[in-house]
Ligand binder design. Structure first.
Ligand SMILES: [Zn+2]
Ligand SMILES: [Zn+2]
Ligand SMILES: [Zn+2]
Length: 110
């Protein structure tokens, strides 16, 4: 595990959109400004590491849960279906093949 700066609130510990009140704590890190991710982790392709759901709505990214980083295991390669964007073409949903991470496990490594 490693401790990273919360992407959703950028480490401020407050709700970045002031949805409830100006003093609302960030729902992702609980106000600490830091979140734990399991190593090895890469930047979330779906939200491009911002932790924010890429289609408005001011909610946390559904792939990384607002952390901005996702855990990947083993040797990976760019997802051929979404070409590494993590997004299903034209739908706004996360890619089914890679789950929004933008990478898939390399085939040779069974
Ligand atoms: Zn936070
Ligand atoms: Zn994300
Ligand atoms: Zn994909």
């Amino acid at each position: 595990m490693s401790l990273i700066t919360c992407a959703f609130c950028k480490g401020r510990g407050k709700d970045p959109f002031n949805l409830l009140s100006k003093l609302a704590t960030c729902q992702v890190c609980g106000g600490t400004g830091k979140v734990e991710v399991k190593e090895p982790a890469i930047e979330c392709a779906y939200c491009k590491g911002t932790g924010v759901y890429p289609y408005g709505s001011r909610i946390t990214c559904t792939v990384c849960n607002g952390k901005g980083m996702v855990t990947v295991k083993g040797t990976t390669e760019r997802c051929p279906k979404c070409r590494g964007t993590g997004q299903a073409i034209g739908s706004g949903l996360s890619c089914i093949k890679c789950g929004g991470k933008g990478v898939v496990r390399k085939k040779e490594e069974a």
